[in-house]
Unconditional design. Structure first.
Length: 271
């Protein structure tokens, strides 16, 4: 047998379906199960409307939902931007300062034990009923996962690379910008993905406590008027908004960290 006849067999990837197709299939199954439950139990529409009624309400109130969704989206985007900037800055401070780790890190952990609903009325009182209090609420929820992920990535920088930088007499700033931060980019991206998925919680909770616009306001008003189909339609709009935002952020992070994706693909090919 010649050497040229030898073929390296690779494992066949059975997961050939795109992720969005799997998500659609799961959604269709959930809707079918929902419709079956409504049909069998004959539950009143004001308690649990049928999926078709929710979709009809969503279409008929699309302009209303789109307007309030744009407000919620702005709150989420501003909160995501501020929370990411503050989280990365705080993680850098914790990494470079021993005193900050001793005093600030325990405070960060303690603040996460406070319920979101306990802070929302105070933020509304301090920042008003406008968009400001909702942005602050989203920022607070986003801040912690980004901080923890960035801090963990900065702490686990290769010791050999840091020793090499010290051997070359690199300044702490140069070591941070050229070694620590690039090495921590995968961890930072993971923190941003988590933050993107939880960001709508802060905005909607703030809108529940006190607001005159946003999807949370629509849900609250629909609940008070027993318009359950409109409340489910607003919830559907929020789910679509959150999923689209997460997909776009995940896509941008994958494009920015293309080298990480290529290295993972190479590792799977070797296996």
């Amino acid at each position: 047998m010649n050497a040229t006849d030898v073929r390296i067999s690779k494992p066949v990837d059975t997961n050939t379906y795109p992720s969005w197709l799997s998500a659609i299939a799961a959604l269709v199954c959930m809707l079918i199960l929902w419709q079956v439950i409504v049909s069998i139990t004959q539950v009143p529409a004001f308690i649990l409307p049928a999926p078709l009624a929710v979709v009809t309400t969503f279409i008929s109130n699309f302009s209303l939902l789109a307007h309030h969704a744009s407000i919620t989206l702005m709150e989420i985007l501003f909160g995501l931007l501020l929370g990411t900037l503050l989280g990365v800055t705080s993680a850098i401070t914790l990494t470079l300062s021993t005193s900050a780790r001793r005093w600030v890190l325990p405070l960060l952990v303690v603040t996460q034990s406070l319920p979101v609903f306990a802070l929302a009325p105070l933020l509304t009182l301090w920042f008003g009923y406008g968009m400001g209090s909702k942005i602050v609420m989203a920022t607070l929820i986003i801040y912690f996962p980004v901080t923890v992920a960035t801090f963990d990535g900065l702490r686990h920088t290769s010791r050999a690379m840091i020793d090499l930088a010290r051997t070359l007499d690199a300044s702490p700033t140069a070591t941070l910008l050229q070694i620590r931060l690039p090495s921590a980019l995968p961890s930072i991206s993971s923190g941003i993905r988590v933050a993107t998925s939880v960001a709508p919680i802060g905005a909607v909770v703030g809108e529940w406590v006190g607001s005159s616009q946003g999807l949370g306001f629509v849900m609250l008003q629909a609940n008070g008027r027993m318009q359950t189909d409109l409340m489910f339609a607003a919830l559907l709009c929020l789910c679509l908004l959150a999923y689209t935002l997460y997909y776009l952020v995940n896509l941008m992070l994958d494009l920015a960290l293309y080298w990480q994706r290529d290295s993972l693909s190479a590792a799977r090919d070797i296996q």
